[in-house]
Design a protein around this ligand. Structure first.
Ligand code: DLL
Length: 432
């Protein structure tokens, strides 16, 4: 069991002292090693010596996803490549992903916070853990994997997809923990009977679900369907990956590992800090990260913070379950998708017009995408073969750009509704 009581139950003053010490060091480090931050701080007239305690964090510049894109791939790294031992990536707003790098210490800290999360969820070395988050550039699979090994679980690194095999191995190997997105967990539960299984064939006790927003009702539903205890794990690749926060058995918010990731809530428009209990954009500063340390990274996730001691005894600040986002990012089967990525692919191909509408549905608890796109007036054709070929070509290009399969339907010019204000390009028909 990894419960770092010294940190997780630390008194507020001691935690603030630790955060202050770490912030001072961090600011010196990024000012010296990251040209982007040096420039930003110079522009704002802030010197590293102006940062004397964690309260001074409000003097520092924010960082946005676009800053990672503009510094693609490695310009925000604060150490030379020889000190980087791993690279991960997630969706950017256009063609380029956002890339992050980890040093050995970063991986060690990640293993530690993840192990704390899993322990919070009651997982121990007695458990057999089926990790059905995707392995690869996405942080879900490998991130949870290292933490589960740290706790001493028997890890089954099955990765995502292939429902039949997921259920077969869950039954044969006696998995006691399932780690995947909540929507996939629901899909697997509903598929049990179809593949000839019942709950009696399974030993599942605990679910560690995250990577997409889900409600408390969905949590209760998953607990009922599987007969398990379900926990919420939160994180994002820019800050570390899964394991930034997790809920405990009280389910009254997710404990943020604030000795590594300092959270703030800011107003979505003014970007001014908001008091505990008020909803706004969640912002994190990485207090210990070496590879790609970030100052005040605006996640665009909406939440609130509370600093009361939890009934589990942990004093770590809690964030409420994410209620939504302040931008247009969609999460499809755990994969982040910006509508602008679709537009980017269409424009790059130049074979259709740029008028499109994306329909998001949920069929058997799996998200599906259909893209309707208007034909180019100058390239109209009635030949079915040509239409099919073009749809396939677009679908293929989208798949390789965004990693999701999209059904493409070509429609006649001027058939997609034009909007008078902001263009409406996405119709999300998934039930919330
Ligand atoms: O989704 C990391 C992760 C993997 C978290 C596995 C949990 C489990 P990204 O691909 O960078 O990283 O996407 C990060 O996903 O800003 C949120 O909008 C959303 N998100 C992640 N976890 C949760 C959660 C991973 N528990 C983005 N609840 C974040 C709600 C979540 N939204």
């Amino acid at each position: 069991m990894i419960w770092n009581k010294d940190i997780e139950c630390m008194g507020r003053d001691a935690m603030r002292a630790l955060q202050s010490e770490r912030l001072i060091k961090l600011v010196q480090q990024v000012y010296a090693n990251v040209a982007f931050y040096r420039r930003r701080m110079d522009e704002m007239g802030v010197k590293p010596s102006d940062i004397q305690s964690i309260d001074d964090i409000v003097k520092l510049p924010f960082t946005y996803k676009t800053d990672l894109r503009d510094n693609y791939p490695f310009n925000l790294f604060a150490v030379p490549m020889k000190d980087i031992v791993r690279v991960h990536a997630s969706s950017g707003t256009t063609g380029k992903p956002t890339t992050v790098g980890y040093t050995k210490n970063d991986i060690e800290n990640w293993r530690e916070v993840l192990a704390r999360c899993l322990t919070m969820a009651g997982i121990s070395n007695e458990d057999v853990m089926q990790i059905s988050y995707g392995y690869g550039l996405f942080t879900g699979g490998l991130g949870v994997h290292y933490g589960a090994e740290n706790v001493g679980c028997a890890v089954i690194p099955i990765s995502g997809g292939n429902t039949r095999r997921q259920l077969q191995l869950m039954s044969d190997f006696g998995s006691t923990v399932l780690a995947c997105t909540p929507s996939y967990a629901l899909h697997l539960a509903d598929a049990l009977a179809e593949y000839g299984y019942s709950l009696a064939d399974m030993k599942l006790k605990i679910g560690v679900f995250g990577a997409e927003p889900w409600t408390e009702n969905m949590r209760l539903e998953l607990e009922k369907k599987w007969g398990i205890k379900a926990y919420d794990i939160y994180g994002l690749s820019e800050i570390m990956g899964p394991g930034v926060a997790n809920d405990c058995e009280a389910h009254t918010g997710l404990h943020v590992h604030e000795d590594h990731f300092y959270p703030e809530i800011v107003h979505p428009d003014s970007k001014l800090p908001l008091a505990d209990g008020t909803e706004g954009e969640l912002v994190f500063t990485t207090l210990t990260k070496e590879g790609i340390p970030l100052l005040r990274y605006n996640t665009r996730d909406l939440s609130t913070l509370t600093r009361d001691t939890c009934e589990c005894g942990r004093t770590l600040v809690r964030m409420k379950k994410i209620t939504g986002r302040s931008d247009d990012m969609l999460i499809i089967r755990g994969v982040n998708l910006f509508p602008s990525q679709i537009e980017h692919v269409l424009l790059e191909m130049g074979e259709t017009s740029a008028h499109y509408m994306l329909y998001v549905d949920n069929v058997n608890n799996l998200d599906t995408l259909e893209l309707q796109v208007e034909m180019d007036e100058t390239k109209l054709t009635d030949t079915i073969r040509e239409l099919q070929d073009l749809s396939k070509k677009i679908s293929h290009a989208l798949n390789s750009a965004i990693g999701l399969s999209v059904k493409v339907t070509l429609v006649e010019p001027k058939t997609i509704a034009r909007s008078e204000g902001k263009a409406v390009r996405v119709v999300d028909r998934r039930k919330k």
